[in-house]
Design a binder for this molecule. Structure first.
Ligand SMILES: Cc1cc2nc3c(=O)[nH]c(=O)nc-3n(C[C@H](O)[C@H](O)[C@H](O)COP(=O)(O)O)c2cc1C
Length: 358
């Protein structure tokens, strides 16, 4: 049997071997932003498990853009060299490698998730002052300092330098993190952007920084390599960012050289989110239909048949998995087996082909 999940997808000069991709997931396991053996095995295991693309976690473009002190980064050459070893292993498995470029804005400088603390890490304990479009805090976090236009002007260059390092590390894809209440999302959302200058107010103004970052990254990132943006398509709050607004921005981004939009939701404000199987898929479909760009769907996609149906229905071009892949790094191979995909059409490593048969 054939399966949409195992059909290749070409974006620019890059052909993805299948449409089951690993979503970016912070591992909170780096020292000084440098990825290590944990990241090699985390991403390497999932490459061996048949994911067509693995996207490395939100990696900070400047040190103060880390969510926690344990985040990975891509602001230094030492980090790029460490990423290279991981990317090479992923490539040997026949999987492509992406990296999510990030700045955490007002949600930076937090406790690590298993450190016992929650919310902001105080500066005397190793935290750092946070910056954001405005000085309003994410509930429960320390208040950020509103960025000056001079500080904003440094961001496109920081993202572009990170993209240059990502290229040197061999990555095939760069994804800009404009979701989950981090800096680029904070600019997009009226809930966190109260600016009265050219970076606040109208949708055009709120999207200005994102477009400047896209332009800078596109100029630094090779023309044959794909550029993605991850959005939170809705804040799930009245008065917040909406699917219609994000669709408008996505339409613009197509003209600025973005190749795919990864559609997530939420994270910029406490909200009642109707969480359930595939709960973000309708947002992905809306952005796909309204922008004309290829999209990825993510969020509680857990079974092979569910994932296959999302593609068959035309709601998305690819699916991204996070927590299901933490439970099962071999998820794509198991899905191929369950769907009865011809072993020659599924990404079995030669060492594991016996698993393709009963
Ligand atoms: C441990 C963990 C870390 C995550 N880190 C990131 C991240 O670095 N960047 C990001 O955009 N989303 C991150 N997410 C969100 C996932 O990429 C994904 O969008 C979300 O978990 C929903 O998909 P799922 O239902 O398949 O888990 C993380 C999720 C988990 C569980």
């Amino acid at each position: 049997m054939t399966s949409r999940l195992f059909e290749p997808l070409t974006l620019r000069g890059t052909t993805f071997p299948n449409r089951i991709w690993l979503a970016p997931m912070c591992q909170y396991s780096a020292v000084d932003g440098v990825p290590n053996d944990w990241h090699l095995v985390h991403l390497g295991a999932r490459a061996s498990g048949g994911f067509g693309l693995v996207i490395a976690e939100a990696s900070a473009v400047v040190p103060e853009g880390r969510i926690s002190a344990q985040d990975t980064g891509i602001w230094s050459d030492e980090q790029a060299v460490a990423w290279r070893r991981i990317v090479d292993f992923v490539h040997e498995r026949g999987t492509l490698a992406g990296i999510q470029l990030a700045h955490a804005g007002r949600k930076a400088s937090t406790h690590g998730p298993w450190s016992g603390g929650t919310g902001s890490l105080p500066v005397p304990d190793g935290g750092w002052p946070t910056v954001a479009p405005s000085d309003s805090a994410f509930p429960g976090y320390r208040a950020p300092v509103a960025m000056t236009t001079a500080q904003i002007a440094e961001l496109p260059g920081a993202f572009a330098a990170a993209a240059t390092r990502a290229d040197a590390a061999g990555f095939d894809v760069v994804e800009l993190h404009a979701a989950h209440g981090y800096l680029l999302h904070e600019f997009l959302s009226p809930l966190s952007n109260e600016r009265t200058d050219e970076y606040g107010g109208s949708l055009e103004n709120r999207a200005r920084l994102l477009i400047e970052v896209v332009d800078a990254v596109r100029a630094a990132w090779p023309q044959d390599k794909a550029l993605f943006v991850r959005f939170s398509a809705t804040d799930w709050v009245d008065g917040g960012l909406t699917v219609a607004e994000v669709t408008e921005v996505a339409k613009d981004l197509a003209a600025h050289g973005v190749d795919l939009v990864d559609v997530s939701t939420g994270g910029n404000a406490p909200a009642a989110i109707p969480i359930g199987p595939g709960y973000q898929v309708p947002a992905a479909r809306a952005v796909r239909e309204g922008s004309g760009l290829p999209v990825g769907a993510v969020g509680l996609i857990t079974t092979a048949h569910q994932a296959e149906q999302i593609l068959v229905d035309g709601a998305a071009d690819v699916v991204l998995l996070a927590r299901a892949a933490l439970r099962d790094p071999m998820w794509p191979l198991r899905a191929a087996h369950e769907l009865g995909v011809d072993p020659d059409r599924a990404p079995w490593p030669k060492q594991y082909t016996r698993g393709a048969w009963r």
